[in-house]
Design a protein around this ligand. Structure first.
Ligand code: ANZ
Ligand code: ZN
Length: 816
């Protein structure tokens, strides 16, 4: 019967737990390796293949590191607040707290069945008061530093989730969770000032060992753009407004200006005869999504306000329009339009018959077709004619600066992070509203503000907590008078923005963490999780780390030094797994049949780790057969070793052959696993098994040598099949865990397969013949020859004048 499967799994899991094999040794921090996998969301009741693909292979990687001498910290926990649990509760009527805690229990069991080296003693569960107390503390600290604030603004609203969303949660105009089209609402909400860190978030990306694509997504999301802000005065009025432009060199080509319909100035700028048209246009555009508004192909629309602005560089009067292609939330919400050199302005001017005036030509002065959007040389720009685009940008800003009508300006696409939610299942925001004192933070000693259990949480667009009078009514910590609590809860991304810090000091009751511990345990050395978090969690966590650093709690700049995204495991049909398509793979069924090792090994062998792919039952079956073959090979090798016939003590060609494969495998498995190229690492192990099979068929075998090779093989296999290997390690007679063994190192000499015989001459007379690896270079051959014992004796006391090497044949040493 096979020595693997659930029974063996269980036996070793219990032993590891009892022996505390993987307990993190906090006394050896110089070799600490903080390995982090994105924690699970306990919404579905079960772990799916995706969890296994995230956690299993990374555990194998961490096991390699452990055996290489690293002190591995690999914690696990649950991102337990959030919409899915709440939506599930609405559907079933089961309270989110009950379903979440129950799901966590199931998932813990499943995670344990994986046999990973998780440091469960460091577990965090974000929906428990001992955790969210500190999420609330984080909020208060940000508030104290002016990094959290409340403002009225047009915000993203998901009509289906009945809550506001952060910009990052709106993907192509739809809600990240439910894919409903997001609309804009004017609401007063809480924000975190992530924009204060725009520059650093951008610049430090270069220091990170992260996938290039993720870095460029963050770069684009932050969207730093350098240009100028130019002030336009309104004709016959005191009103002025700024425009943000990246092409101030085209200032002489402005033929109109455009404001976003929502811009606060619009009402003041609209003359009575244009009022009706403007009002109507404002209403229509408020119903459109940003994506629709910004689309290049969309037919341009807009209306004239009746007012004119004065171009600060040449005094020309230009009409002021409003159009939905200008976004209210970017730059100043006002654009100077240069139809000759901008596509959208060109389309707009063409449609509304506005003038188009060239101010840029190419270097040859050929006046290319309009719109000409490239850089070039200025024309029709008075004193600036003949300047290059780059020079003109500098000169024009200098000239505007004199009159205080323009300055250099950097703009970001990044917006402040909207963190309040009109939902129940989240951490309450720890502030109260007092009629006398206004917004008052809840004092730290009164944390946590507990989330009440008995609340009607069916969403209707209002915050559920607001319906609980018991929760809402409180006293002002400042004046003692009557106050109302904040009814919104925090975005779950706030919970996950700092969890990696809490892991390292999760039992601390006086503080979220002890800086002294955290500064030794962090940053995280290796972080692995899905790429979908590129511009949400991964950005927020970087921001929070920097904010806490600036408050003096942390001594590092970045939370995650190295990042890998695992690929996606698809259904057997090659489509994304989903219950409705009926193509999901339940890991539990396979574990029952094959055990955790085969399941993990299949995930590692069957897919490229960063790419993933379609599940295949044949694939897992073939890994099952491979493990059977390993078992047979190990069994016969062991019986040979046990009987210790020792019919051979020499190391001959057959041993050398096996030795070659041994070191070839050590090298390959070490290098590939280190790079998380698990599939090729396992392919190497397969080659090694074949080499054993071949050796075992030899007539005469050296059992001592065989045992050494088997020991190395088991060590190499152990990260991939931890339970199975422990079993065979003990069968080989070892009492302590293989995971305390040292990872083998390869010997380059053993990788040299061919040898040649060369003759060594002294002054033309042959003195010795030796075998050397055929791939040595000239210097190495000289060295080997001079170190030969016979040659040493013959050259002692003499001067070596010259060493002539004839590769593959002989070495002549000339002495005097
Ligand atoms: C004049 C101009 C002339 C422009 C030209 C471009 C080409 P990025 O690179 O994304 O920062 N712009 C400014 N604010 C805007 C808003 N709220 N909504 C829509 N468009 C806006 O783009 C900056 C450019 O986008 C600015 O430079 C402005 O048009 C436009 F030949 O100003 B430009
Ligand atoms: Zn008060």
């Amino acid at each position: 019967m096979a020595n693997y499967g659930t029974k063996t799994d269980k036996k070793w899991q219990e032993k590891w737990e009892n022996d505390q094999t993987y307990k993190f040794d906090s006394s050896k921090l110089d070799k600490k390796l903080y390995t982090l996998e994105m924690f699970s969301y306990p919404s579905g009741a079960q772990l799916h293949a995706g969890h296994w693909f995230n956690y299993g292979p990374v555990d194998s990687w961490a096991r390699l590191k452990r055996m290489q001498g690293y002190n591995v910290f690999q914690p696990m926990g649950f991102d337990a607040f959030g919409l899915p649990a709440e939506n599930y509760a609405i559907k079933t009527g089961i309270h989110p707290q009950d379903s979440t805690l129950k799901n966590i229990e199931t998932m813990e069991k499943q995670l344990k069945a994986m046999g990973a080296m998780f440091n469960w003693e460091s577990e965090v569960v974000t929906c428990l008061p001992d955790y969210y107390k500190w999420t609330q503390w984080l909020f208060l600290k940000l508030l104290e530093k002016g990094l959290a604030y409340r403002k009225n603004a047009p915000v993203n609203w998901c009509p289906s989730c009945n809550t506001v969303l952060a910009n990052e949660q709106v993907l192509d105009g739809v809600c990240e969770r439910c894919e409903t089209e997001v609309i804009k609402k004017d609401l007063t909400q809480w924000f975190f000032k992530i924009t204060d860190y725009g520059d650093e978030l951008l610049e430090k990306l270069d220091t990170l060992d992260w996938p290039e694509k993720t870095k460029s997504m963050q770069k684009h999301w932050i969207g730093r753009s350098t240009g100028a802000e130019v002030t336009f005065k309104v004709k016959d009025s005191d009103i002025t407004f700024g425009v943000f432009t990246t092409r101030v060199d085209t200032l002489n080509g402005v033929t109109y200006v455009v404001l976003a319909p929502e811009n606060k100035l619009v009402d003041n700028l609209t003359t009575p005869e244009h009022k009706n048209e403007v009002e109507e246009y404002k209403l229509v555009s408020s119903k459109q999504t940003e994506i629709e508004r910004q689309s290049i192909s969309k037919e341009k629309t807009g209306v004239f306000t009746g007012s004119y602005a004065i171009n600060p560089i040449n005094g020309k009067e230009v009409p002021i329009w409003i159009s939905d292609y200008v976004l209210a939330t970017y730059g100043t919400g006002c654009v100077m339009a240069v139809p000759a050199h901008d596509e959208r302005d060109f389309a707009f001017a063409t449609k509304f018959n506005l003038p188009i005036e060239r101010v840029i030509t190419d270097r040859k002065g050929t006046n290319p077709e309009l719109p000409y959007c490239e850089h070039g040389v200025l024309v029709n720009s008075g004193e600036f004619d003949g300047l290059s685009t780059a020079d003109a940008k500098v000169k024009i800003v200098q000239s505007l600066e004199k009159d205080n009508l323009g300055k250099e300006k950097v703009n970001y696409r990044l917006r402040d992070w909207l963190v309040s939610r009109q939902r129940y299942w989240g951490a309450p925001i720890p502030v109260v509203y007092c009629e006398k004192c206004g917004i008052v933070p809840v004092p730290e000693k009164d944390l946590p503000v507990l989330l009440p259990y008995d609340v009607e949480f069916t969403p209707d667009g209002k915050s559920p907590l607001g319906k609980s009078e018991e929760f809402m009514n409180t006293t002002c910590p400042h004046c003692g008078g009557h106050a109302r609590r904040e009814a919104d809860t925090l975005d779950t991304f706030v919970c996950s923005s700092w969890y990696y810090l809490r892991y390292a000091d999760n039992k601390n009751t006086d503080a979220p963490f002890d800086p002294e511990i955290i500064n030794k345990m962090l940053p995280v050395d290796k972080y692995v999780g899905g790429p979908e978090h590129a511009c949400m969690h991964l950005l927020y966590a970087r921001f929070i780390t920097k904010a806490l650093r600036d408050m003096g709690y942390l001594k590092f700049d970045e939370p995650f030094l190295s990042l890998t995204h695992q690929g996606l495991i698809l259904g057997p049909d090659g489509l994304k797994m989903s219950k409705s398509k009926g193509n999901t793979i339940s890991p539990d069924d396979y574990i029952k049949e094959y055990g955790a090792d085969v399941f993990r090994m299949y995930l590692m062998f069957g897919f490229s780790y960063t790419e993933g792919g379609a599940w295949s039952d044949d694939g897992i079956k073939s890994i099952g057969r491979f493990v059977d073959k390993i078992e047979r090979t190990l069994d016969s090798a062991r019986s040979l070793i046990e009987h210790n016939d020792n019919d051979k003590t020499s190391i001959d060609a057959t041993e050398k052959e096996l030795n070659y494969w041994r070191h070839h495998t050590i090298k390959g498995v070490t290098e590939d696993t280190d790079k998380m190229q698990f599939n090729t690492a396992i392919a190497r192990l397969m080659e090694f098994v074949n080499a054993f099979t071949k050796y075992l068929q030899e007539d005469k075998k050296n059992s001592i040598f065989l045992k050494e090779s088997i020991i190395d093989f088991l060590k190499l296999l152990s990260p991939f099949a931890p339970h199975f290997t422990e079993e065979h390690w003990s069968l080989l007679g070892f009492n302590s865990t293989i995971f305390n063994e040292k990872w083998p190192e390869f010997n380059p000499q053993a990788l040299v397969k061919d040898e040649v015989e060369i003759a060594i001459q002294i002054n033309g007379k042959i003195k010795a013949k030796i075998n050397i690896p055929s791939n040595l270079n000239e210097d190495e051959i000289k060295k080997v020859s001079l170190e030969n014992q016979t040659i040493k004796e013959n050259t002692e006391g003499k001067n070596v004048l010259k060493v002539i090497v004839i590769k593959g044949r002989l070495v002549n040493i000339v002495v005097k």
